[in-house]
Structures are given as C-alpha cells and as structure tokens.
Design a protein around this ligand. Structure first.
Ligand code: BGC
Length: 523
C-alpha cells in the first residue's frame, strides 16, 4: 500500500465539503419559518399566537415546506445510484450541484408557497445526488488505512453546515425585508459552487474506471490520489487488486437494480443481505432520535419550560461540531462496530436518565438541568459514533458492481426515515396530541436499545480491510466474530505470504494488534 501523503489525504477529504450542503440545507429552514418577514410574505390571515401582523402560513404548508426536501433527496439519491454508474461518481456530484443551484434560484425568487416548495423539491434532488454519491466517491478514493477517518470528515461537514445555518438564521432574522430569509437561502450557492468547482479538478474514482474497463485512466487517477508515479509498484499492485476483484465479482453478478436484491437470505454475503444491512443501518441512525433534538429542539425546550431555548439549541449544535472530530481517531482505532455498540449504549443511558428524572420530578429545576446536560452528553455520543460510523459502513459493505446502487438505497433510507420521524414527532409532543413532554425520551431510549442489539448482532467490522477484502470477510465469518478475521490472500493471485507483504501489511497489523491487545472485548 502506498504511504498516505498529506496531499493524497487532502485530495480524498475535499469531497467531504458536500456535507455542508446536507447540513445547511436541512438546518436553515427552521429559523426561516420563524422569521417575521417570512410569515408576512408567505402567510395567510391568521389569529394564531405566533402569527406576525395577523399573518401566518397554515400547518400543512409548514409541513410541506419542511418535508418536501426529504422527498426530493429520497428520489435524488435513488436516481444518483444509476447516474453514478453511467456518467461517473464525480460527474454525478457536479450535476447534483447544478440541480441544487436551480432549486436555490427558484427559492430565492419565490414569493408564494408553491414556488418555494418546487424550489425545495428540486434542491432536494440535488442534495440527494450529492449525499448518496459523496460517500461512494470518498470510500472509493480513500486509502484503506484512513478511509474511516476520511468518510467521517463528511459527517463533520454536516455538523458544520447545521451550525452555519443556525448562525446565519440568527443574524438575519431581525431584518424586516425579504432579505431576512433570502440571504440564508442564497448563501447555499456558495456551497454548490465550491463543491462543484473543486470536484472538477479532482480525479474520478479509479474503481469506476475499472468498472468501465478504462485501466489506463484508473492508473492515472490512482497515481494522482496516492501521489505516486503511475508505473510505480504501489499503483500497479493496487490496480491489479481492484481489477482482479472486479473480474471475479462481475462474473457472479450484474450491476442493475435487481442485482441488489439477489442472493437470498441464508448466505451472509449475499447482495440482498448487504443492501438490507445498509438500509437498516441508516434507518437505525435516524431512530437514535438525533433529529428530534436538531429539528424540534428549540420548540421542545420551550414547551418543557426552558426560557433560553434558542441558546440551548445553539449549544447542542456546537457540541455536535466539537465532538465529531474525535471519531476521526476512534473509527480507525476501535473500529466501526465497537463505536456503534458503545455509542448506542451511551445514548440510551442519557435518554433514559432524561426521561426518568423528567417524569418523577416534572417541571423542577433539577429536571431542566438534567435535560440540558444529558442532551449534550447524548449529542456527544451520537456525534462521535453513530453520526460518522453509519456513513462509513455503508461505503464499505457493497461489492463494486452494485456499490453505487447499494449506497444510494441506504442513503435514500436515511432520508425516508428522516422524513417519517420529522413528520410524526410533533404528534408525540404537541400539547393537543401526545403531549409526552420529557417522556418522549422513553421512546428514543427504547429505539436506541434496538440500535445496540442491531449493531451487536448484525454489523460486521470493516476496519483496515480493502473494500475487496470485505467481501471475503462477510463470506467467512459472522458479524460478532468479524473483528478477529484477518485477510489471508489477495484477489490479484500472488502467493499468500507475498500478498500480505505487499498489500495488507498495515491493515493486518492494525487488526492483529487490536485482537491481541483487547481479546476480551471481542465476541
Ligand atoms: C444524520 C442527519 C443528522 C446529522 C446531525 C447525520 O449523520 O444523517 O440526519 O441531522 O447527522 O449531525
């Protein structure tokens, strides 16, 4: 394996910038909806307490404005699964930036709910392209020893996007003209431009070139990414491995959508099992309850009597940003599986503490303090574990012929559950419906318990393996024993010892050291 240079690392990590689009786009709307100028422009006559000048949009309009983005991203992600195979990963992300920009133009120009909704739908399709294909691209270009850390950079950018959105909303909310909401919307152009132009100068994924049979282009691309001459031993070895593996895989499978669902349930490395694993993992990431805090935190904190709800929301957003970088190290040191198991344990403890204290001592100062402190701990656990690790794993579990579609289906599942939870949560907490107050954390505690069981029984350890070796690992061992599995041969068909010498040293060593240093923690 070629040594990882700073330049190579930065080239691979640049695409993480797409996370800003994801985070900002999901984050800016809640603040905009609360702006007086927005209510004035988009509202109808209303007598509601939170109307401005007697004007407010209707509840169904609010729901539609918020959730239409997830509908767009859901379809965008699925479509991107095909596009990324036809035109390439890089070109799909660049097109996503283009589609996203059209959506922004419509939103900036809008003065009616219908145009705004159309704009958010189109922008959502663009975000769907970007969010599905960035994970694919980053996982395919990154050297395996730092792949987890590089993909975690994407999650870090999501958190920064959410934070920037909160800051921008906060600084324009008191303007009385349409610029109060048009500025936060228009700023998104910057993210699309930076990402689109930046990717234009980056190489296409070498694995996509291999899939298209363009081996010379694949060598050129690898040589740029690894900062090594195209005819060096490192590049030749890596390319031989990619190619041999692809030949082997494509003998056994096609790359159409149907192939994602073949292989049956009984074989552990079947496409069906992997696709279900990716989709379920992203569903469970949403079931940790994280977006309850980010989408409804401000209103929820108010309903349980906290006065400075906005500040508390800013604090949770900042904890989210501050804790994510920890995962750059932990995801490679402890592995994806451990992070998911212990992260969910940490979250469920916080959630049950909030729920129990809030129930036995409702409305007290102690219960409010407990809510604030344990929400911050909870976000810390999410940001340093499930936030990044769920994305890292979906980039690693699919064989090349169906990788683009598998990642797309998993990402679409994230957006679908994002939508379902976003849409149903108000019914659990609003006074006229469930009015659960802090008891809602019993629900999130229970779903997080399901996350622990899910991660323990079903998520394999993919740390330190090449994307090609993951395939063998899935075939030969169970998720619970997967961290002990060591790669024993390469697809390029060298002898066993030499193959380990040339391609697997770092990964094997990392996995081996972990096995002997923490024998008890492995199942
Ligand atoms: C999740 C988003 C969430 C964000 C918070 C992402 O990994 O998919 O739904 O809003 O993390 O940081």
């Amino acid at each position: 394996m070629a040594p990882v240079t700073l330049r190579g690392y930065l080239l691979c990590v640049f695409a993480a910038f797409g996370g800003i689009l994801f985070g900002y786009d999901s984050g800016y709307i809640s603040g905009v909806l609360a702006m007086n100028a927005f209510k004035q422009q988009f509202g109808n006559p209303s007598t509601a307490a939170d109307a401005y000048n007697g004007r407010l949009y209707q509840t169904w309009e609010k729901s539609l404005i918020v959730s239409i983005l997830s509908a767009g991203t859901f379809f965008g992600a699925l479509f991107a699964g095909s596009l990324a195979d036809w035109i390439g990963r890089r070109a799909t992300i660049i097109s996503g930036c283009g589609v996203f920009s059209v959506g922004i133009v419509l939103q900036v120009a809008s003065s009616t709910v219908s145009l705004l909704v159309a704009g958010r739908l189109i922008a959502g399709i663009g975000v769907g392209f970007v969010s599905a294909v960035i994970i694919l691209y980053m996982s395919e270009v990154a050297p395996k020893s730092v792949r987890g850390a590089i993909v975690s950079g994407y999650q870090f950018c999501i958190t920064i996007g959410l934070l920037i959105a909160a800051v921008v909303d906060n600084s324009t909310m008191n303007r009385m003209g349409s610029d109060s909401y048009r500025i936060p919307i228009a700023i998104q152009f910057a993210w699309a431009l930076i990402l689109g132009i930046g990717l234009f100068f980056l190489p296409e994924s070498p694995r996509w070139f291999v899939k298209r049979g363009r081996l010379e282009d694949a060598a050129k691309s690898l040589s740029i990414l690894r900062s090594q001459p195209a005819d060096s031993g490192f590049i030749k070895d890596e390319l031989a491995e990619l190619e041999a593996n692809f030949q082997l895989e494509s003998k056994n499978m096609q790359s159409g959508w149907l192939s994602c669902f073949v292989g049956g349930w009984s074989s552990p490395n079947s496409n069906l099992r992997r696709v279900m694993l990716g989709m379920a993992l992203q569903m469970m990431q949403q079931w940790t309850g994280v977006n309850f805090v980010f989408y409804y935190g401000t209103t929820f904190f108010k309903t349980v009597g906290l006065k400075n709800a906005f500040v508390i929301s800013m604090i949770t957003t900042a904890v989210n940003v501050g804790s994510t970088p920890l995962s750059f190290w932990t995801v490679e040191k402890f592995g994806r599986r451990m992070l998911l198991i212990y992260g969910a344990v940490g979250m469920l403890i916080c959630e049950f503490v909030i729920a129990i204290v809030g129930t036995v001592d409702e409305g007290s100062k102690a219960a409010s303090m407990c809510l604030i402190v344990f929400t911050c701990f909870y976000i810390f656990f999410f940001a340093s574990t499930w936030g990044p690790a769920a994305w890292v794993v979906i980039g690693e579990i699919f064989p090349l012929p169906i990788r683009a579609k598998g990642v797309a289906l998993s990402t679409a599942s994230n957006w679908l559950w994002n939508f379902v939870i976003g849409f149903t949560t108000p019914y659990m907490i609003d006074e006229q419906y469930g009015n659960l107050k802090t008891k809602v954390f019993f629900v999130w505690g229970a779903t997080c318990t399901a996350c622990v069981v899910f991660a323990y029984f079903l998520v394999p350890e993919t740390k330190g393996l090449s994307l090609e070796q993951v395939d063998n690992m899935l075939k030969e061992t169970s998720p619970r024993r997967s961290s002990k599995w060591l790669p024993h041969s390469t697809f390029a068909g060298h002898g066993e010892t030499s193959s380990l010498e040339s391609t697997d040293k770092a990964g094997v060593r990392a996995r081996y050291e972990e096995n002997i240093s923490q024998p008890e923690s492995k199942v």
